[in-house]
Design a protein around this ligand. Structure first.
Ligand SMILES: [Zn+2]
Length: 127
C-alpha cells in the first residue's frame, strides 16, 4: 500500500531497485569492448573482456553469458554493445521488470475491513 502511494508520482521507466542495478551494470560495461561483426542490422557484437569474450545479439536480446535470462536486465556485454550503437539499456529490459508491470501489480486495491468488534456474528457453528 505504501508502495502504491510512493509510486503514483514516479515517472521513470524502471522501478528504483532495477534502475540502480542497471546503473551498476552500465558502469561495469565500460571495461568491455564491443566489436561489431559487420551484420547488416548492426546488432551482432563480439564483446571482448579481460578473461573472456562474449557474443551479443541485440536483435534477439541474447548474450552467451545468459545473464539477462535470469535478471531481466541487459548484462555488462549487452550494455557495452548498446552504448556503442547509442541505444538505451532501459529499452532492453524485460517487460516484467519495468514500471508497467510493477504498476499492474499494485493496480488493484484491497477492501478495507473494520475491527473485529464490528464483525457480524455468524449463526453457523464455530470451527
Ligand atoms: Zn553477457
Amino acid at each position: 500500500m505504501k508502495n502504491k502511494v510512493k509510486l503514483a508520482n514516479y515517472v521513470d521507466k524502471l522501478p528504483p531497485v532495477i534502475h540502480s542495478r542497471l546503473e551498476k551494470v552500465r558502469k561495469e560495461s565500460k571495461h568491455w569492448h564491443p566489436i561489431w561483426t559487420s551484420d547488416t542490422s548492426y546488432e551482432k557484437f563480439e564483446v571482448h573482456g579481460y578473461l573472456a569474450n562474449h557474443v551479443v545479439d541485440l536483435g534477439k536480446h541474447l548474450c552467451t553469458c545468459q545473464f539477462r535470462m535470469l535478471t531481466g536486465i541487459p548484462c555488462v556485454h549487452a550494455c557495452a554493445a548498446l552504448a556503442r550503437v547509442n541505444k538505451n539499456p532501459e529499452d532492453f529490459c524485460h517487460k516484467l521488470v519495468t514500471m508497467e508491470s510493477y504498476r499492474e501489480t499494485y493496480r488493484h486495491h484491497i477492501n478495507p475491513i473494520p475491527g473485529q468488534t464490528f464483525w457480524e456474528v455468524s449463526e453457523s457453528l464455530k470451527p
